[in-house]
Design a protein around this ligand. Structure first.
Ligand code: FE2
Length: 738
């Protein structure tokens, strides 16, 4: 009632003001506005204004039809028909004498919520009305910034449009087309085109990846309406073959602990043999530095698969594959990304120790570009073999097994170190046994799919010669590869030369968490160094590891082992072992499907060499480089077999127990130990937060490369109690269990 009184009073005041302003002789145009639906307590009568555009008289300044003053809605009457409630409002316009006939209306919603406007009907004379059939949501002006325009229900061809409406007609169309930019909001009415690039969602896992439809010969498709939302992570389907991704995967990929800082240029191999890569090959890409200056500044890196493959290469290729030994040089740019500089591919030459070297340089166009892509593919073949046989199998699965045997044989189940280590041995013996029977065995899957063939395990044996347990500690590994400097002020004892090295920076966080837990645990049970030296079980255990389990490394001239004569050395040794069994293995194992699940990115062997100019093969290659590439990488059978393997290996089981978890909460009755273990879990959760923060920092380019896969392989996943299983691409299980 009070509202009605107020509305009447307001209308009277407006009427009198119009009289005072001299509008008394001007036409009054009445109409009704029908609103279908409103939200909650929103009331269009309080917040909506309508203006009219003349169809017969143009505004000289704007070119649009002359615009009336605003009129508000009043006297809302609700009706209900077939369950649908509508409200009909009156509206009155006081027009200038020569306003003419309205042809469009502008509706301004000053409220907070949208409403569904059904129609506006204006009585322009006794026998004639103009109808605006709207049937459209009118959103608040604070969101849209422009009035909502509706034309009367009269149709005109463009050329027949009344002059006063032509500009409005064109502007409305331009608004509807948009400018191809920005993200669409629900209140916008922009109709733009896009490809089907938003069907996949690799963030949710590999099973959510889908190809982009439309715009390619492979996947023709009708276009969809563009939303402008961030694209599916596959927006660039060729990202895997870019130089950026090639370099990034050496820091955040499947085999991230091979790259090292080049200490002198040019590289020198076994027996003093100098690489064929010269300064003139690389200096144009060194941001103005000479090769020597770049080395001095520690900005040239090398992915070196040369020496150890060369020893076997003649025999490997005699099995019918076409493989090179490779060296790849890369430059650390100011944005901490790695730019490939040159690839050297080598084959055995005539005569003992002779080599035939070819150097390939980055190229972005034509035949040179295609050759460069072939060279990168041959490097990927080397790296995928090294990953599976050396980094993954030898350095984690095989290296841990002797520790398990020695633990079972020499430490009582009531020994505190037995209790510390036991969860880190879960399922390892079983999976290793299985691997030996179907993967690593003669004629097994690895020999069938990986380039070294029957020389696979033999080659890994040659590399074991240089394996040192002590250097498997992440800080030492980084020092050795020239990636970090000693820094006693850092919790890990080292400082990275560049921080956007996802494997290293996440790994150091995890390393410090493990080290803190193990150090506290050891200090709790061993009051001093003497108590370590006099622990007969732990000394027998260590003796057996070094002289039997890893007995081929028993001659310790090269510093393979730490003497187990202090609490500090015991802590460092156990931390290294737990690091290998948990984080190192996780970083090498659970990304296999993500990075190698697309075979062209990481083929496992090659069937063709790179052709030489002037040869029939080169002509064949020039005719169809894509065909040549497909004939170079493994055949369908080998590829399918390899894919099936890595999909199985990449999956977490439902009974996985992650770092910071135990299968039973009653694994010890010692409340202080349980408290320390709780702290370990808290530390790992802090690590998870830091990893999330880094992944949210788009300035760290190596975490999200052009393929838009974030680095999560060292994300501990402490809250995963097994419910999230399968290929998750993250999570650090306690043990080498797959
Ligand atoms: Fe594994």
């Amino acid at each position: 009632m009070l509202q009605d009184c107020w509305d009447n009073l307001r209308q009277k005041v407006i009427h009198h003001l119009n009289l005072l302003a001299g509008y008394e002789t001007q036409p009054v145009l009445r109409g009704e506005v029908v609103v279908y639906r409103t939200f909650g307590r929103s009331n269009p009568a309080k917040s909506t204004a309508i203006s009219l555009y003349s169809i017969t008289r143009a505004d000289e300044n704007t070119g649009f039809g002359k615009l009336s003053r605003e009129a508000s809605l009043r006297n809302g009457k609700k009706t209900k028909h077939d369950g649908v409630e509508t409200t009909t409002y009156d509206v009155v316009f006081y027009l200038e004498a020569d306003f003419g006939t309205p042809g469009a209306i502008a509706v301004k919603n000053r409220g907070r919520r949208e409403f569904l406007l059904k129609s506006v009907t204006l009585e322009v004379s006794e026998n004639r009305s103009v109808h605006f059939d709207c049937n459209s949501w009118v959103y608040p002006i604070i969101k849209t910034n422009v009035d909502r325009l509706f034309f009367a229900n009269t149709s005109y061809l463009p050329s027949q449009t009344p002059a006063a409406l032509q500009s409005l007609r064109q502007e409305e169309l331009a608004n509807l087309r948009g400018n191809g930019r920005g993200e669409r909001k629900e209140w916008e009415r922009i109709y733009d085109y896009d490809r089907y690039n938003d069907l996949g969602d690799p963030d949710k896992g590999l099973h959510h990846e889908r190809p982009i439809l439309g715009g390619t010969r492979s996947y023709p498709y009708p276009r969809r309406c563009r939303t402008g939302r961030p694209l599916s992570n596959q927006a660039d389907e060729n990202a895997w073959m870019s130089d950026e991704e090639f370099g990034r995967e050496m820091l955040a990929g499947l085999n991230p602990a091979v790259i090292r800082c080049l200490e002198r240029f040019p590289p020198v191999g076994r027996g003093g043999k100098v690489s064929s890569i010269t300064a003139s090959h690389i200096e144009k890409n060194l941001e103005g530095l000479s090769a020597d200056q770049a080395v001095e500044l520690r900005r040239i890196f090398i992915l070196d698969h040369h020496d150890y493959i060369m020893q076997y290469l003649r025999r490997i290729n005699e099995q019918g594959v076409c493989v090179y030994a490779s060296r790849t040089l890369l430059f650390l740019r100011h944005d901490q990304t790695l730019k490939p500089l040159a690839i050297e591919l080598s084959l055995p030459g005539d005569g003992k120790g002779a080599e035939i070297n070819r150097v390939f340089l980055p190229a972005s166009q034509g035949g040179e570009r295609a050759l460069w892509q072939l060279a990168k593919t041959h490097v990927a073949v080397n790296d995928s073999g090294h990953h599976q046989l050396i980094s993954h199998w030898l350095h984690t699965h095989a290296a841990v097994e002797p520790f398990i045997i020695a633990t079972r044989r020499q430490l009582s189940a009531m020994h505190p170190i037995y209790k510390l280590l036991d969860p880190h041995f879960k399922d390892t013996m079983h999976i290793n046994s299985l691997a030996r029977s179907v993967l690593l065995n003669a004629g097994g899957i690895l020999e069938m799919t990986m380039f070294p063939g029957k020389f696979a395990l033999e080659m890994s044996s040659a590399i074991y010669r240089n394996w040192r347990f002590r250097e498997q500690a992440l800080p030492l590994d980084l020092l050795k590869r020239g990636i970090a400097l000693e820094d006693p002020g850092e919790p890990s004892g080292v400082r990275l030369r560049f921080e956007d090295y996802p494997y290293a920076i996440d790994g150091l966080d995890v390393w410090v968490a493990i080290k803190t837990w193990v150090t506290n645990y050891c200090a709790y049970f061993y009051p001093d160094d003497r108590s370590v030296a006099s622990d007969v079980e732990i000394q027998s255990w260590w003796h057996e590891v070094r002289t039997i389990g890893h007995g081929d490394k028993r001659n310790d001239e090269d510093g393979c082992w730490l003497p187990l004569d202090s609490v500090a050395n015991l802590s460092q040794t156990l931390t290294t072992l737990i690091w290998i069994a948990s984080a190192l293995h996780a970083s090498l194992n659970f990304g296999q499907f993500a990075y190698a699940g697309y075979p062209p990115n990481r083929p496992t062997r090659c069937r063709k060499f790179i052709p030489h100019e002037g040869t029939p093969e080169f002509a064949e290659y020039l005719r169809d480089p894509d065909k040549y590439f497909l004939e170079m990488v493994p055949d369908r059978f080998t590829t399918t077999l390899g894919l099936a393997l890595i999909e199985v290996l990449s999956g977490h089981t439902a009974d996985e127990v992650y770092l910071g978890q135990r299968a039973s909460s009653e694994w010890t009755d010692d409340s202080h130990v349980l408290h320390m273990f709780q702290q370990f879990g808290d530390d790992l959760r802090k690590v998870e937060k830091r990893i999330e923060e880094r992944n949210g920092n788009r300035g760290l380019k190596n975490r999200w490369g052009p393929a838009q896969v974030p680095y999560t392989l060292l994300y501990p996943d402490t809250s995963n109690l097994g419910a999230e299983k399968g290929v998750t691409g993250r999570g650090i299980p306690n043990s080498v269990s797959i």
